[in-house]
Write a protein of this length. Structure first.
Length: 261
């Protein structure tokens, strides 16, 4: 389905009344030194950064950017890029990276809590293959077991519809306990089973976006090709959402099982 320019502009105007274009995600592939103070001045409220990726590798940009973002007053989140290895070990490694980064930071570099996300993409550039749905269920259940919260679940809209349409009812029910973060660089995503409405929409990445630039910018602060996201709610709603779903690392940390790294 294609929209006319007028229809898209009207949609953007209506959407902006109850949603905020105020979250940025980053990883070690972003080589610049992000200006988090400038992001805050431009209305960004939260940053979600890759913390770990296959095979059990820490993102070397994560810690320093956590400290800088916290000092700029931004909310902080972490995502794990998954592969098809043991999902419980992946979850434990992910939490260990987040915990150690939080504890190693000076007090003003520690976010109040960390929003956790499973990146359930097709894995074409790291070793270990692509995570299956049954593995994703084990991953999110392990996160819940250790933190008390289910993580966000991130993937592209078309992949979610194709993969989860073939999943069992039990698997869909388990994943529906996560909040949904969906990517679509062409259109505003529709409701996606088993969640229905999404919580966050990534509308651009690596400079790719078919939506009007005026309403859907592709840059932020000193990052020309940013990965930007719209939260389904106001900035105040976003802060409440982060508090509800984030991991208060300093208040709830469980001992790593044998073999945790």
């Amino acid at each position: 389905m294609k929209f006319s320019a007028l229809a898209v502009a009207l949609l953007a105007g209506a959407w902006s009344a109850f949603a905020g274009n105020n979250v940025v995600n980053l990883s070690h592939y972003d080589l610049m030194r992000p200006d988090f103070d400038a992001m805050a001045r431009e209305g960004i409220v939260g940053v979600i950064h890759e913390s770990s990726y296959p095979p059990n590798t820490r993102d070397d940009k994560y810690f320093g950017r956590q400290v800088a973002a916290a000092r700029a007053g931004l909310l902080w989140g972490a995502y794990h890029y998954a592969n098809a290895s043991d999902p419980v070990r992946q979850a434990d490694f992910f939490l260990n990276v987040v915990e150690r980064s939080w504890r190693s930071a000076p007090p003003d570099g520690r976010p109040e809590n960390v929003l956790l996300v499973l990146d359930f993409e097709k894995n074409g550039h790291y070793p270990g293959g692509t995570m299956r749905v049954d593995q994703a269920v084990k991953f999110v259940e392990r996160i819940h077991e250790r933190t008390g919260n289910y993580p966000g679940f991130y993937s592209g809209e078309y992949r979610l519809r194709a993969i989860l349409g073939a999943a069992s009812a039990t698997q869909r029910a388990a994943l529906s306990r996560c909040w949904l973060w969906v990517a679509n660089y062409h259109y505003q995503p529709r409701d996606i089973p088993p969640w229905g409405a999404w919580s966050m929409w990534q509308y651009t990445g690596d400079g790719i976006c078919d939506l009007p630039r005026a309403s859907y910018p592709k840059s932020v602060a000193n990052i020309r090709k940013a990965e930007r996201n719209i939260f389904s709610g106001t900035p105040t709603d976003l802060k409440s959402f982060w508090l509800k779903h984030g991991w208060a690392v300093g208040q709830r940390v469980e001992t790593l099982p044998a073999g945790g790294q």
